[in-house]
Ligand binder design. Sequence first.
Ligand SMILES: [Zn+2]
Ligand SMILES: [Zn+2]
Length: 342
Amino acid sequence: MSRTMTAVLLGLVCAGGLLAAAGKLEIYWIDAEGGAATLIVSPSGESILVDTANRTPDDRDARRIFAAAQHAGLQRIDILLTTHFHSDHIGGMAALAKLIPIGMYMDHGESVEIARPQVAAAYKTYVEQSAGKRRILKAGDTIPLKGVDIDVIMSAGQAIPKALQGAGAPNAACADFKPHGEEPDPDNDQSVGFVLRFGKFRFIDMGDLTWNYEQKLVSPVNLIGTVDLFQTTHHGLDRSNSPQFVWAIQPKVVVMNDGPHKGGPPSVFETLRRSPGLEDIWQVHLALDTPKEINTGEHMIANLGTSAECKGNWLEVSVDPDGRYTLINQRNGYSKAYESKR
Ligand SMILES: [Zn+2]
Ligand SMILES: [Zn+2]
């Protein structure tokens, strides 16, 4: 084979991503010890990274994200979506950009916590790094990622004005809603939230949207409809994940992107397990402050120890075009297949 031809073939493989050749959608929940970093690779080979987790002196989280991107055969991150400007969602951004090119930056608009010096500094870095490549998202927008459909359903505190296709049924659980007090970190409620569709498969990620704001999407009617896979909101904390929200979207599979000491209190497990049609909960971390028997089965947990000894295993889902999807635990290779609902 000529050198030119080899180069052309290599170029084709790289441009499309290694896994894209199989026509599957892949999502990775990268362990960030309670931070957020969700890498989505479309069957087209295009990619969107949702949040860049924490900043640490050794760039731990940026390197973990890069390892997943390399595993997926990516040469670049096409879109970085920052749900909001807290340090566990944007901390690894500058370090990551030194490891892999980032095409576009999407977010909810200026942070509402700009008076806090730490947030102001992170936001300034973001504005500088995203200059000329930034898009501010509104509810109702779509995110262009070839091969999948992504609807922005929440941004800057505003929900979509009308229901997604097929949704809009009244939510009976709303009669029992008990509001929480005011949220102390208001940028959480500015989070960009979205529903991703790939054939019959539906995935939802709401960033750190909290309890009261969740109601905007599910009360009095459910604007979202149901989903197959739910990334617990806010790392599985009980400041989010109200029964009214979870029981409206009725996930079949839940991935909790918790840390060893963040997310996964018993009340959230109870809400999830009482959700109609729930089959399994997978966890990025064993929640060490919650009794072991309340956590999910150990085989479905990617990391079991404290952060100091953590290898940072990810959870992954591989979705076939026909709607069949398989969850995979990087720690032990355990996998389980599910069928999309529709
Ligand atoms: Zn967070
Ligand atoms: Zn860990």
